[in-house]
Design a protein around this ligand. Structure first.
Ligand code: ZN
Length: 241
Protein backbone atom coordinates (compact mmCIF):
# COMPACT_ATOMS: atom_id res chain seq x y z
CA UNK A 1 0.00 0.00 0.00
CA UNK A 2 1.16 3.49 -0.81
CA UNK A 3 2.57 5.35 2.19
CA UNK A 4 0.66 8.43 3.27
CA UNK A 5 2.58 11.67 2.69
CA UNK A 6 1.72 14.35 5.20
CA UNK A 7 2.49 18.08 5.03
CA UNK A 8 2.24 20.00 8.29
CA UNK A 9 1.60 23.70 7.78
CA UNK A 10 1.41 26.60 10.14
CA UNK A 11 1.50 30.36 9.81
CA UNK A 12 4.53 31.10 11.94
CA UNK A 13 8.22 30.53 12.24
CA UNK A 14 10.42 30.69 15.32
CA UNK A 15 9.75 30.47 19.01
CA UNK A 16 6.26 29.83 20.32
CA UNK A 17 5.72 29.14 24.02
CA UNK A 18 6.15 25.43 24.71
CA UNK A 19 7.06 24.82 21.05
CA UNK A 20 10.63 26.09 20.62
CA UNK A 21 10.73 24.87 17.02
CA UNK A 22 7.16 25.80 16.16
CA UNK A 23 3.90 23.90 16.44
CA UNK A 24 4.36 22.52 12.93
CA UNK A 25 7.64 20.88 13.94
CA UNK A 26 6.16 19.39 17.12
CA UNK A 27 3.37 17.81 15.07
CA UNK A 28 5.72 16.67 12.31
CA UNK A 29 7.98 15.07 14.93
CA UNK A 30 5.35 12.78 16.46
CA UNK A 31 3.94 11.91 13.04
CA UNK A 32 7.44 10.88 11.95
CA UNK A 33 8.17 9.04 15.21
CA UNK A 34 5.09 6.84 14.95
CA UNK A 35 6.53 5.38 11.74
CA UNK A 36 3.14 4.95 10.08
CA UNK A 37 3.52 7.55 7.33
CA UNK A 38 5.59 8.20 4.24
CA UNK A 39 7.08 11.64 3.65
CA UNK A 40 6.49 14.15 6.43
CA UNK A 41 7.02 17.70 5.20
CA UNK A 42 6.63 21.04 6.93
CA UNK A 43 5.62 24.32 5.32
CA UNK A 44 4.98 27.84 6.59
CA UNK A 45 3.15 30.96 5.59
CA UNK A 46 6.26 33.19 5.17
CA UNK A 47 7.69 30.87 2.49
CA UNK A 48 7.12 31.62 -1.21
CA UNK A 49 3.60 30.41 -2.11
CA UNK A 50 3.26 29.75 1.65
CA UNK A 51 5.34 26.61 1.07
CA UNK A 52 2.36 25.03 -0.66
CA UNK A 53 3.46 24.88 -4.28
CA UNK A 54 1.61 22.75 -6.83
CA UNK A 55 4.44 20.25 -6.56
CA UNK A 56 4.19 19.99 -2.76
CA UNK A 57 0.41 19.73 -2.71
CA UNK A 58 0.33 17.19 -5.52
CA UNK A 59 2.64 15.01 -3.44
CA UNK A 60 0.61 15.54 -0.23
CA UNK A 61 -2.05 13.03 0.81
CA UNK A 62 -2.98 14.85 3.98
CA UNK A 63 -2.43 18.49 4.87
CA UNK A 64 -2.37 19.44 8.56
CA UNK A 65 -3.29 23.12 8.99
CA UNK A 66 -2.69 25.24 12.10
CA UNK A 67 -3.19 28.99 11.97
CA UNK A 68 -4.25 31.76 14.31
CA UNK A 69 -3.42 35.42 13.63
CA UNK A 70 -2.65 35.76 9.96
CA UNK A 71 -5.63 34.20 8.17
CA UNK A 72 -6.33 37.39 6.22
CA UNK A 73 -2.88 37.47 4.63
CA UNK A 74 -3.05 33.96 3.21
CA UNK A 75 -3.10 34.47 -0.56
CA UNK A 76 -6.39 33.63 -2.23
CA UNK A 77 -4.60 31.81 -5.04
CA UNK A 78 -3.09 29.39 -2.51
CA UNK A 79 -6.45 28.92 -0.79
CA UNK A 80 -7.89 28.09 -4.20
CA UNK A 81 -5.10 25.59 -4.81
CA UNK A 82 -5.68 23.81 -1.47
CA UNK A 83 -9.43 23.84 -2.12
CA UNK A 84 -8.98 22.16 -5.49
CA UNK A 85 -6.66 19.51 -4.02
CA UNK A 86 -9.15 18.71 -1.27
CA UNK A 87 -11.96 18.32 -3.81
CA UNK A 88 -9.63 16.01 -5.69
CA UNK A 89 -9.11 13.80 -2.67
CA UNK A 90 -6.41 15.29 -0.44
CA UNK A 91 -7.28 14.99 3.26
CA UNK A 92 -7.28 18.10 5.43
CA UNK A 93 -6.91 18.33 9.20
CA UNK A 94 -7.83 21.77 10.49
CA UNK A 95 -6.56 22.35 14.00
CA UNK A 96 -7.68 24.75 16.73
CA UNK A 97 -7.91 28.36 15.49
CA UNK A 98 -7.72 27.08 11.92
CA UNK A 99 -11.52 27.20 12.20
CA UNK A 100 -11.22 30.87 11.19
CA UNK A 101 -9.03 30.22 8.14
CA UNK A 102 -10.06 31.06 4.60
CA UNK A 103 -9.73 27.44 3.51
CA UNK A 104 -11.99 26.08 6.28
CA UNK A 105 -14.53 28.81 5.59
CA UNK A 106 -14.47 28.09 1.85
CA UNK A 107 -14.78 24.33 2.22
CA UNK A 108 -17.23 24.12 5.08
CA UNK A 109 -19.18 27.34 4.56
CA UNK A 110 -18.63 29.26 7.77
CA UNK A 111 -18.07 32.86 8.76
CA UNK A 112 -14.80 33.72 10.49
CA UNK A 113 -16.02 34.71 13.98
CA UNK A 114 -17.94 31.58 14.68
CA UNK A 115 -17.40 30.46 18.24
CA UNK A 116 -17.07 31.70 21.81
CA UNK A 117 -13.58 31.74 23.31
CA UNK A 118 -11.78 32.66 26.51
CA UNK A 119 -8.07 32.33 27.08
CA UNK A 120 -8.30 31.08 30.65
CA UNK A 121 -6.06 28.00 30.97
CA UNK A 122 -8.73 25.90 32.66
CA UNK A 123 -9.45 22.19 32.24
CA UNK A 124 -10.93 20.89 28.99
CA UNK A 125 -12.52 17.43 29.15
CA UNK A 126 -12.66 15.81 25.72
CA UNK A 127 -15.45 13.22 25.41
CA UNK A 128 -15.43 10.54 22.76
CA UNK A 129 -18.81 10.33 21.06
CA UNK A 130 -18.26 7.66 18.41
CA UNK A 131 -16.67 4.48 19.71
CA UNK A 132 -16.34 2.52 16.50
CA UNK A 133 -14.52 5.04 14.36
CA UNK A 134 -10.92 5.10 13.05
CA UNK A 135 -10.28 8.57 14.50
CA UNK A 136 -11.32 7.66 18.06
CA UNK A 137 -9.63 4.24 18.04
CA UNK A 138 -7.47 3.55 21.06
CA UNK A 139 -8.73 6.55 23.02
CA UNK A 140 -10.39 6.42 26.42
CA UNK A 141 -14.05 7.48 26.82
CA UNK A 142 -12.75 10.88 27.89
CA UNK A 143 -9.49 12.59 28.74
CA UNK A 144 -8.61 15.89 30.36
CA UNK A 145 -6.39 18.63 28.99
CA UNK A 146 -5.09 20.26 32.20
CA UNK A 147 -4.85 23.76 30.69
CA UNK A 148 -6.70 24.80 27.59
CA UNK A 149 -8.23 27.78 25.88
CA UNK A 150 -12.03 27.71 26.11
CA UNK A 151 -13.76 27.27 22.77
CA UNK A 152 -17.54 27.17 23.16
CA UNK A 153 -20.84 26.85 21.40
CA UNK A 154 -22.55 28.22 19.47
CA UNK A 155 -20.01 27.04 16.90
CA UNK A 156 -21.22 28.28 13.53
CA UNK A 157 -20.44 25.22 11.47
CA UNK A 158 -23.00 23.34 9.43
CA UNK A 159 -24.00 20.02 11.02
CA UNK A 160 -20.89 17.88 10.59
CA UNK A 161 -21.07 14.54 8.79
CA UNK A 162 -19.81 12.92 11.97
CA UNK A 163 -19.48 14.30 15.47
CA UNK A 164 -16.63 12.40 17.11
CA UNK A 165 -15.73 14.50 20.15
CA UNK A 166 -17.46 16.98 22.41
CA UNK A 167 -15.44 19.03 24.88
CA UNK A 168 -16.62 20.33 28.22
CA UNK A 169 -14.80 23.29 29.71
CA UNK A 170 -14.37 24.03 33.38
CA UNK A 171 -16.22 27.30 32.98
CA UNK A 172 -19.33 25.38 31.89
CA UNK A 173 -19.23 25.70 28.12
CA UNK A 174 -19.25 22.83 25.65
CA UNK A 175 -18.15 22.62 22.01
CA UNK A 176 -18.31 20.10 19.20
CA UNK A 177 -14.53 19.66 19.28
CA UNK A 178 -14.05 16.85 16.75
CA UNK A 179 -16.03 16.94 13.51
CA UNK A 180 -15.71 15.39 10.08
CA UNK A 181 -16.87 16.82 6.77
CA UNK A 182 -16.74 15.39 3.26
CA UNK A 183 -16.27 17.84 0.40
CA UNK A 184 -15.87 16.49 -3.12
CA UNK A 185 -13.52 13.54 -2.79
CA UNK A 186 -11.78 15.06 0.22
CA UNK A 187 -12.13 14.18 3.86
CA UNK A 188 -11.83 16.98 6.40
CA UNK A 189 -11.41 16.70 10.16
CA UNK A 190 -11.65 19.66 12.49
CA UNK A 191 -10.15 19.27 15.98
CA UNK A 192 -10.51 22.15 18.45
CA UNK A 193 -7.79 21.63 21.13
CA UNK A 194 -4.35 23.12 20.45
CA UNK A 195 -3.83 26.62 21.84
CA UNK A 196 -0.23 27.73 21.30
CA UNK A 197 0.63 28.69 24.90
CA UNK A 198 -0.15 25.24 26.36
CA UNK A 199 1.81 22.02 25.60
CA UNK A 200 -1.28 20.28 24.21
CA UNK A 201 0.38 18.72 21.16
CA UNK A 202 2.75 16.79 23.46
CA UNK A 203 -0.17 14.87 25.02
CA UNK A 204 -0.32 11.21 23.89
CA UNK A 205 -4.13 11.34 23.50
CA UNK A 206 -3.96 14.42 21.26
CA UNK A 207 -1.18 12.84 19.20
CA UNK A 208 -3.26 9.67 18.87
CA UNK A 209 -6.23 11.67 17.52
CA UNK A 210 -4.06 13.43 14.94
CA UNK A 211 -2.29 10.22 13.85
CA UNK A 212 -5.65 8.45 13.54
CA UNK A 213 -7.16 11.38 11.66
CA UNK A 214 -4.27 11.61 9.20
CA UNK A 215 -4.69 7.92 8.36
CA UNK A 216 -8.48 8.31 8.04
CA UNK A 217 -8.27 11.41 5.82
CA UNK A 218 -5.79 9.97 3.33
CA UNK A 219 -7.24 9.24 -0.10
CA UNK A 220 -7.83 5.54 -0.70
CA UNK A 221 -6.82 5.68 -4.32
CA UNK A 222 -6.47 7.96 -7.29
CA UNK A 223 -9.47 10.25 -7.20
CA UNK A 224 -8.94 13.03 -9.72
CA UNK A 225 -11.98 14.98 -10.83
CA UNK A 226 -12.14 14.85 -14.59
CA UNK A 227 -14.62 16.30 -17.01
CA UNK A 228 -15.08 13.52 -19.49
CA UNK A 229 -16.67 13.73 -22.90
CA UNK A 230 -17.95 10.20 -23.27
CA UNK A 231 -18.22 9.32 -26.94
CA UNK A 232 -19.26 5.71 -26.53
CA UNK A 233 -21.36 4.23 -23.78
CA UNK A 234 -20.05 1.25 -21.81
CA UNK A 235 -22.80 -0.88 -23.43
CA UNK A 236 -21.78 0.18 -26.93
CA UNK A 237 -18.17 -0.71 -26.16
CA UNK A 238 -19.20 -4.05 -24.72
CA UNK A 239 -21.31 -5.15 -27.71
CA UNK A 240 -18.73 -3.96 -30.25
CA UNK A 241 -16.05 -6.51 -29.37
ZN1 ZN B 1 -5.84 29.59 20.68
Amino acid sequence: MKKINVTVWDETIGELGPYPNGIYQAIADFLAECGQFGKIRTANQPQPEHGLTEEVLNDTDVLVYWAHCYHATVEDAIVERIHRRVLNGMGLLVLHSGHASKIFSKLVGTDTHILGWREDGEVERVWKIERNHPITAGLPDYFDIPQSEMYGEPFGIPAPDELLFISWHQGGEVIRSGCTFKRGNGKIFYFAPGHETFPIYYMPEIQQVIINAAKWAAPLGDTPIKTMHVTESPEALRTKK
